[in-house]
Design a protein around this ligand. Structure first.
Ligand code: NAD
Length: 511
């Protein structure tokens, strides 16, 4: 146990910030409840410093060759791969998720880096020779400038890696504002970027809260903002950022339904429900939080889910065998626990009470075991609210059509899944469900990095999804060039070259 907690500060212009913080916060180890670090919180002036460093660096980086950019990206990929263990430990120490889960987060982040390594291919434009006589038309995609990334606590490495590699590969400079709850992975990424040869100032990190976020949203030099977090803040970020003239993609919260038809393989389905409901203590935007059991499957399915829940090993993510860690803060744990009483008061059946689950960890940790509610109905707060904890609800419905109507009536539309042995039902589901990411017998359908990630409805504000092809589109703007060159060389046809003195006020036509 450390007696003097470390200080974590911003990363600006290729090195740790050396100023004196006017505002600070605390970072905790969720598995022990101990304060592990003091975190500098950025003022507007500190954000301005980071933006100035980014803007100065961008002037050079925007003209770095594609060969140079992909060399840096490949080097970053190697460093990230070689430092998997270290970054995993940093995640677990501040977020609380178990080491194996943190390793999965890093693996998915690596995939996003690998996609960005292909930037020379991804930035190819189009070329039309002789669009008009002797006139060529071609398009190029150019970087935006300085872009902001604002990320949530639940994926402190992966979400920054969804955005920063594409943004940098496209020739932008980045100011990242990670969650104040688990800031260390962002700083470690900054060190790796520097070691990979990225010029100073192209990747910056400012820590803090709403003060930093608001300055990023208002700053006139910042051209675009990628945000991931809860729906109320995503809506706010989108409104304020776009009002300031920025391009904004704001990914929000979720309430993901898993529809189970009576012909599903119930052992496979129960495995999936428990894995996707309680992995990372339910603190995933793609966690399953509602099982929609189509009659008459509920009783048999619930029995199998309960069997599996009873055997889950809950505790400090650094201890061997632990499958689920604590919640991120004491306040969040208390909020999640409050839903257990609310659900009972509203008439749901508390089938498994996570407060009784054994814990392999320190008493001061922010624990709550896996919890199951049965007979949940759509008006109850356990159904309407994003709980973001290890609480799984079962809603019983009479038919497939009722299941689809329930999912489509929900304001969130991040992920969903159907479990069935019927290909026709699965195909109908993927066609009519109003959700951005759909799994067929796959409970957490996070797209691979060469597709893009995004929900519908209140789960995403803006029209670009994250990473993949949408990411390249988001971090660049299109320029189309229409070009005609005088043909003066001896022996070259002069067809289509206007003769001098040929003034024509008509609108240019192609012929
Ligand atoms: P959050 O909305 O509380 O915070 C996200 C970011 O916004 C953080 O950097 C935080 O410092 C900042 N922030 C918080 N309050 C703010 C305010 N009032 N004004 C300005 N900025 C503010 O989210 P969280 O608790 O860190 O993360 C969990 C949420 O993120 C869940 O709702 C989860 O579903 C969502 N999430 C969504 C996705 C997705 O891809 N759709 C992915 C991961 C997490």
């Amino acid at each position: 146990m450390s007696t003097s907690p470390a200080r974590i500060t911003h990363w600006i212009g290729g090195k740790p910030w050396d100023g004196v913080a006017e505002r600070t916060g605390s970072v905790y180890d969720p598995a022990t409840g101990e304060r592990s670090a003091t975190l500098d919180f950025a003022t507007e002036t500190v954000v301005d410093e980071a933006v100035a460093a980014a803007n100065a660096a961008w002037q050079g980086w925007r003209n770095a060759s594609l060969a140079k950019r992909s060399t840096v990206l490949f080097a970053f990929r190697e460093l990230l791969n070689n430092n998997r263990r270290r970054i995993t430990e940093l995640i677990t120490a501040e977020h609380g998720k178990v080491l194996s889960d943190a390793a999965g987060e890093v693996a998915r982040g690596l995939e996003a880096v690998e996609f960005a390594c292909g930037i020379p291919q991804l930035l190819k434009g189009g070329f039309s020779e002789n669009a008009s006589t002797s006139v060529d038309v071609y398009s190029i995609r150019q970087p935006l400038g300085v872009v902001g990334i604002i990320s949530p606590f639940n994926f402190p490495a992966m979400v920054p890696l969804w955005f920063a590699p594409n943004a940098i590969a496209c020739g932008n400079a980045v100011v990242l504002k990670p969650s104040e709850k688990d800031p260390s992975p962002a700083n470690f990424l900054a060190e790796l970027w520097a070691e990979a040869g990225l010029p100073d100032g192209v990747f910056n990190v400012v820590h803090g809260d709403k003060v930093a976020v608001d300055r990023i949203l208002d700053h006139p030099t910042i051209r675009a903002v990628s945000f991931v977090g809860s729906t109320p803040i995503a809506r706010y970020v989108y409104g304020r950022g776009t009002a300031a003239g920025k391009r904004v993609q704001a990914l929000g919260g979720a309430k993901n339904h898993m529809v189970v038809l009576p012909d599903a393989d119930l052992d496979v389905t129960a495995d999936a429900a428990v894995s996707a409901g309680f992995g990372s203590a339910g603190e995933r935007c793609m966690a399953i939080s509602v099982v929609v059991a189509v009659d008459p499957v509920a009783d048999e399915l619930i029995a199998r889910i309960k069997e599996r829940m009873a055997t889950l090993h809950i505790g400090d993510g650094r201890r061997p065998g632990c499958e689920m860690g604590p919640l991120v803060t004491a306040a969040h744990r208390d909020r999640v626990v409050s839903y257990l009483d609310a659900g009972v008061a509203e008439g749901a059946t508390l089938a498994v009470d996570g407060r009784g689950h054994p814990v392999d960890g320190e008493a001061g940790g922010y624990w709550l075991g896996p919890t199951l509610f049965d007979n949940v109905t759509p008006e109850m707060s356990v159904y309407t609210d994003e709980i973001f904890g290890p609480v799984l609800s079962v809603v019983r419905v009479p038919s497939y059509a009722d299941a689809v109507n329930l999912v489509n009536a929900n304001p969130y539309g991040n992920g969903t899944a159907i479990f069935t042995g019927d290909g026709g039902a699965a195909r109908a589901f993927q066609n009519e469900i109003e959700v951005g990411m759909v799994g067929v017998n796959v409970p957490i359908p996070v797209p691979v990095s060469y597709y893009s990630f995004g929900g519908w409805k209140d789960s995403l504000f803006g029209d670009s999804h994250a990473y993949g092809p949408d990411g390249i589109h988001f971090f660049t703007r299109n320029k189309v060039i229409t070009s005609r060159w005088p043909e003066r060389a001896v022996g070259v046809s002069t067809q289509g070259t206007p003769a001098p003195g040929n003034v024509n006020l008509g609108f240019p036509r192609n012929d």
